[in-house]
Design a protein. Structure first.
Lengths: 274, 348
C-alpha cells in the first residue's frame, strides 16, 4: 500500500513542532541582541566553559549515571522474574508498574518529600524502632532516590519485553549442551536481552539527566542540575541565549551517548524499541 | 540386558490434571534407532522431554545405564537434543553455535576448532563457519542444529520432529543422511515424529503411542504387518476397519458374510475389529468376489489408484494398479491371511 499523502499531516506536524523549535533553539544559542540588532556570537557557549557550569553538567551526568545503574541493577532481575514462565501474577505486577505513571510525577515527588521529611513517615518509623533518624531529604541521595523511583518502569518494561520474547527452546538448548544456570545467563539470556537493556538505559538516562523537578523538590534547590540551570535561564534570568546554548550542549551529549549505544547494538545485531 | 542404555519404568506425567503419560515402560538399546510415533498430543514429545531433562515425571523411574537420573538436570546428562524449531543461538555464527557445548566443557581451543570443522564437513556445511545462522535456509539450520548436538558425542541423541519444517524432497534426503550418521557414529537415536512413513523408513524400533499410552513396540515390519490393535493399524498406513464377530477360531463374520481367517484365540461370538489394508483388497467383476459394491471415486496416486467403493453402508478404501470406472458395480476379493482380527477398543 503506497499512499504517501497519508504521511503529509505528520510531516507538517513534525516541521511545526519539532524542526522549527529545534532551529529556534539553535538560533538563540548563537545570537545575541545588541543595539545594532541580532548578531552572531559564540559567547553563550564560551560562558558555559566556566568551571561552575561544567561542574553542574558533570554532577547531572554523574547523578543520572548512578540512577541508571541502580535502575539496571534493580530492574533487570525484576524484569527477569516477570518474564519467567512460572510467574503467574504477571499481569497484576505489570499493571502495578504502569499505574504510578498515570499519576503526575510532581505529585509523586511531593509524596516522597513527606516520606523523607525530618518528621516524616520514614523517620517516625525509625524512631519507633529506636533507630537513628535519617536526614536524607535535600541531599543527593534523595535526588537519586526520586529519580530511581520515577524512572524504574522505563528500565523494567523494555527489558521485560525483550526477555519475554526470547524463545524458551533456545534456553533449553543451552542447558542441553551442558550450560549451567550461570553459563546460560551469561552466554545466551543476557546477550539476547541487550537490546532491551540498551533501550532501558537510554530511556532512564535521558529523563534523569534533564530532570529539574526532582532535583528541585528533593534536592531543596541546593543541587543545581543542568535541568535546573536551563529552567533558571528561561524563567528567572531571562537569558534565552545561554539557556538555549545549554540545551544544545545537553542535546549533543545525549546524541553522542545514543550514538555509542546504537553502534554497540548494531554490532550485536540486535534491535528493540529504540 | 547388557546393551540396554535407557529404561523408562512406569513413567507418568500430567499437566494441570490432564494426563500426558500413563505408566510408560520402555527400554532402549545402545546404537538403536527408536522412533516414538503418534498423533499430536499422544505424549511422544513429553516422553522425549523427560529423557532430555526438561520435564520431571510425576512418578516412575528414568534409568540411564541402570542408574536413576530423575533428578539429574539437563546440563549434566549425556544426552543431546535436536529441537523442533532448531533453537539455534541467534546472536552467534555457525561456528560458535556448534562450539557452544565444547566451550562450556572448557575444551582446548585447537581441539574445538578441529572438532567443529569435522562436524561441518559431516553435515556438508564446509565454509559456512562464519555465517550468521539467520542467513541460512531451513535445511542448513537443521544441519547446524544436528552438528551442534552431535559434536558433543552424546550417548543418546534426541530428535524432536527435526524434519517437520522441510519440504518433501529435502526431508527424504535428510532421513537417509540421519540414518547414515546414526549407523556410522554408533549413537542411540530417539526420534519423535507423527509421520508414519518417516518412522518406517528410519527406525530399528517403533513405539506407537496414543493418549499417553504405548500402543505397540516393534520393528517397522511388525508394526505394519501385525498391528496389535485398530489404532495402530489405522495410524500406520491406511486401513479399512469394520466391526465383526468371531464365530470360532479361523472364522469371522462381517458385512453379513462369513470369512475364513488366520486368527484364533478369541471367545466364541466375541465382537472384534476386522482390519484390512487397502492394498490387500482385489477388485474383481461382480460375479466373482465376496462383497459387492459401487465405485464412488477414483484418484490417481502415482504408483496406484485409490478407489472408494461403497457397499452395505461402508466405504472401502482400495489401492490397486488397475482402475475401475466410477459408478460401475464391482466385487471385492479378500484372502484369509489379509484379514486381521483385533480386540475391540481402538481408542484406549
Amino acid at each position: 500500500m503506497k499512499k504517501p499523502w497519508l504521511a503529509y499531516p505528520y510531516a507538517v506536524w513534525m516541521v511545526i513542532f519539532i524542526i522549527v523549535p529545534l532551529i529556534l533553539v539553535l538560533f538563540y544559542s548563537v545570537t545575541v541582541q545588541t543595539e545594532e540588532g541580532l548578531q552572531f556570537t559564540l559567547s553563550h557557549f564560551q560562558r558555559f566553559l566556566d568551571p561552575i557550569y561544567i561542574e553542574v553538567l558533570i554532577r547531572s551526568v554523574v547523578l543520572a549515571l548512578i540512577c541508571t545503574g541502580i535502575c539496571l541493577v534493580i530492574g533487570y532481575p525484576f524484569a527477569a522474574i516477570l518474564a519467567s514462565k512460572e510467574f503467574s501474577s504477571k499481569k497484576v505486577m505489570l499493571m502495578l508498574i504502569v499505574v504510578p505513571m498515570w499519576m503526575n510525577s510532581l505529585l509523586r515527588t511531593y509524596a516522597w518529600m513527606t516520606l523523607l521529611e525530618r518528621n516524616g513517615i520514614l523517620n517516625s518509623f525509625l524512631s519507633l524502632l529506636s533507630l537513628p533518624r535519617l536526614n536524607i531529604l535535600y541531599t543527593e541521595s534523595a535526588v537519586v532516590l526520586g529519580m530511581v523511583y520515577n524512572f524504574l518502569p522505563f528500565m523494567v518494561l523494555p527489558i521485560y519485553s525483550v526477555l519475554s520474547k526470547i524463545d524458551h527452546s533456545v534456553i533449553e538448548a543451552a542447558e542441553d549442551l551442558g550450560g549451567n544456570a550461570f553459563t546460560v545467563f551469561r552466554c545466551i539470556i543476557f546477550p539476547l536481552s541487550l537490546p532491551g537493556v540498551i533501550s532501558g538505559i537510554t530511556m532512564v538516562f535521558m529523563p534523569a539527566v534533564t530532570t529539574f523537578v526532582i532535583s528541585r523538590l528533593l534536592g531543596g534547590g541546593q543541587f543545581m542540575l543542568i535541568g535546573n540551570l536551563i529552567e533558571k535561564q528561561y524563567l528567572s534570568s531571562g537569558d534565552w541565549g545561554f539557556g538555549s546554548a545549554l540545551s544544545v550542549i545537553l542535546m549533543l551529549l545525549i546524541l553522542c551517548s545514543m550514538g555509542i549505544m546504537n553502534r554497540y547494538e548494531q554490532e550485536r545485531g540486535g534491535g528493540a524499541l529504540w | 540386558m547388557a546393551d540396554e542404555i535407557l529404561r523408562l519404568v512406569n513413567i507418568s506425567k500430567s499437566y494441570d490434571g490432564t494426563v500426558a503419560l500413563k505408566d510408560i515402560n520402555l527400554y532402549i538399546r545402545r546404537n538403536e534407532f527408536v522412533t516414538l510415533l503418534g498423533p499430536s498430543g499422544c505424549g511422544k514429545t513429553t516422553t522425549l522431554r523427560i529423557i532430555g531433562g526438561f520435564e520431571e515425571p510425576d512418578s516412575g523411574d528414568l534409568l540411564f545405564e541402570g542408574k536413576n537420573i530423575n533428578k539429574l538436570p539437563a546440563y549434566k546428562r549425556k544426552v543431546n537434543t535436536v529441537f523442533q524449531k532448531y533453537a539455534l543461538f541467534p546472536h552467534m555464527n555457525v561456528f560458535d553455535n556448534i562450539a557452544f557445548g565444547l566451550r562450556v566443557k572448557k575444551m582446548n581451543k585447537d581441539l574445538i576448532k578441529e572438532k567443529v570443522e569435522r562436524m561441518l564437513k559431516m553435515v556438508n556445511l564446509e565454509g559456512f563457519a562464519e555465517r550468521s545462522v539467520n542467513s541460512l535456509s531451513g535445511g542448513q539450520q537443521q544441519r547446524v542444529a544436528i552438528a551442534r548436538a552431535l559434536v558433543n558425542e552424546p550417548d543418546v541423541l534426541l530428535l524432536d520432529e527435526p524434519l517437520g519444517a522441510l519440504d518433501l524432497k529435502l526431508r527424504k534426503e535428510m532421513q537417509l543422511e540421519l540414518k547414515n550418521m546414526q549407523k556410522t557414529l554408533g549413537i542411540t537415536f530417539i526420534y519423535v515424529t507423527h509421520d508414519q512413513e518417516e518412522a518406517l523408513t528410519m527406525s530399528d524400533t517403533i513405539v506407537v503411542m496414543n493418549n499417553g499410552v504405548i500402543q505397540q513396540i516393534g520393528t517397522p515390519e511388525d508394526i505394519y504387518n501385525e498391528p496389535k490393535n485398530a489404532f495402530v493399524a489405522d495410524f500406520i498406513g491406511e486401513s479399512n476397519i469394520i466391526d465383526g464377530v468371531m464365530n470360532q477360531d479361523y472364522l469371522v463374520t462381517f458385512m453379513g458374510k462369513q470369512f475364513r481367517c488366520v486368527d484364533k484365540g478369541f471367545d466364541v461370538n466375541e465382537e472384534v475389529d476386522v482390519v484390512i489394508r487397502p492394498e490387500d483388497i482385489k477388485v474383481v467383476s461382480p460375479t466373482e468376489g465376496m462383497l459387492g459394491g459401487v465405485v464412488k471415486s477414483v484418484t490417481f496416486k502415482g504408483v496406484h489408484y485409490e478407489m472408494l467403493i461403497e457397499g452395505q453402508g461402508y466405504t472401502w478404501t482400495v489401492h490397486s494398479t488397475m482402475m475401475a470406472d466410477v459408478n460401475t458395480r464391482v466385487s471385492l476379493d479378500i484372502q484369509p491371511n489379509d484379514i486381521h482380527i483385533m480386540k475391540k477398543g481402538r481408542v484406549q
